[in-house]
Design a protein around this ligand. Structure first.
Ligand code: NAP
Length: 302
């Protein structure tokens, strides 16, 4: 498959910093890619030949839709990934590119879209009129979680370390937002009257703030721990208020197909921070490390 565009995930940056398990030196990074099927192997159907496709980054999810198998891995480590001109990939990993998206936009979808889809719908049970908070909305996955929750009719608030990103989300239809760097942000958020669902990847002690902000029987879905693990956990409030603290990782192969269908049906456009050429990949990684981006960092082969 000939790659037209790829996009970065924080995973790529963790690997670059040596902070990821089982790193194998020499592996080509990149879990997200979009391109054109340029050739097929012997015995492989030619249905997708010449077509625009995106890649499911899952490898060996296994038979249980609830959890990945012990053999599970993600494209871009240890299997060579998408920061390349050509990728050799199995036919069952390919899904046709949504027609309304450019190669650059579609390249932003796979890992972030899948992770957000499972967190928001399978575990989050997000639905119309629920109060939902998406934390750290500038993140590649978080911006998808925001868009998915908005499109299903939830009332969505965001947190960010940047007022500009909050303002941008309000322009996209968020009810409001809170700057997690402000000492008083949880007092402001109390004014919402409680959240049915929080989607978070920052982790750390902030989890206890979310616990206090939930409606009874609310759900907190965590798919990352960027700031580390909590030093304490307000278990009393969690059990008394019947709060669910749910972990979530990527999504199964069926959810990948469902996510792409949902994006096509609702004509969702990913929020893209910037599109740079492959030559500028290092600067895109540095942007991710600095955390200044809003949305996905995309690389393209002109
Ligand atoms: N389990 C999985 O399958 C899975 C999949 C994808 C990602 N992840 C993990 O999820 C995390 C995010 O990944 P990503 O690719 O979306 O990364 P990213 O694009 O680099 O986004 C990181 C975002 O985290 C936010 N953040 C930083 N400190 C925060 C804090 N104290 N409170 C709230 N938000 C904070 C920032 O949001 P603002 O810019 O708005 O301040 C930042 O933009 C990473 O830890 C990654 O490893 C896990």
């Amino acid at each position: 498959m000939q790659i037209k565009a790829a996009s970065l995930n924080h995973r790529d940056q963790w690997i670059r910093e040596g902070k990821y398990p089982n790193i194998q030196m020499g592996t080509t990074l990149g879990s997200d890619g979009c391109g054109v099927v340029s050739a097929v192997g012997e015995g492989v159907s030619e249905n997708l030949l010449g077509k625009g496709v995106i890649m499911n980054p899952n490898r060996n999810w296994g038979d249980n839709p609830a959890v990945q198998s012990a053999q599970y891995s993600i494209l871009g480590m240890p299997k060579d990934g998408t920061l390349a001109e050509y990728v050799l990939i199995e036919e069952d990993r390919l899904v046709e590119k949504p027609a309304h998206l450019s190669f650059e936009e579609a390249a932003a979808l796979p890992l972030g879209g899948l992770t957000a889809f499972r967190a928001v719908f399978r575990h989050g049970q997000c639905a119309e009129n629920q109060n939902v908070m998406i934390s750290g909305v500038g993140g590649g996955v978080a911006q998808f979680a925001f868009l998915l929750a908005k499109h299903c009719g939830a009332q969505v608030w965001v947190t960010s370390g940047s007022q500009e990103k909050i303002d941008e989300c309000i322009r996209y239809g968020a009810q409001g937002g809170f700057n997690y760097k402000s000492a008083d942000w949880t007092k402001e958020a109390k004014g919402v009257g409680g959240f049915d669902l929080v989607i978070d990847s920052a982790g750390g002690d902030q989890i206890n703030d979310f616990v206090r902000l939930m409606k009874p029987a609310g759900r907190i879905v965590c798919y990352g721990a960027t700031t580390g693990v909590p030093s304490k956990l307000d278990l009393h409030r969690i059990f008394w208020n019947q709060i669910t603290l749910q972990g979530s990782t990527m999504g199964n192969d069926l959810e990948f197909v469902q996510m792409v269908e949902y994006v096509s049906e609702h004509q969702i456009y990913p929020i893209i921070d910037s599109v740079r050429t492959f030559d500028e990949a290092t600067s895109a990684f540095d942007s991710m490390k600095g955390g200044n981006q809003f949305g996905k960092l995309v690389l393209t082969i002109p």
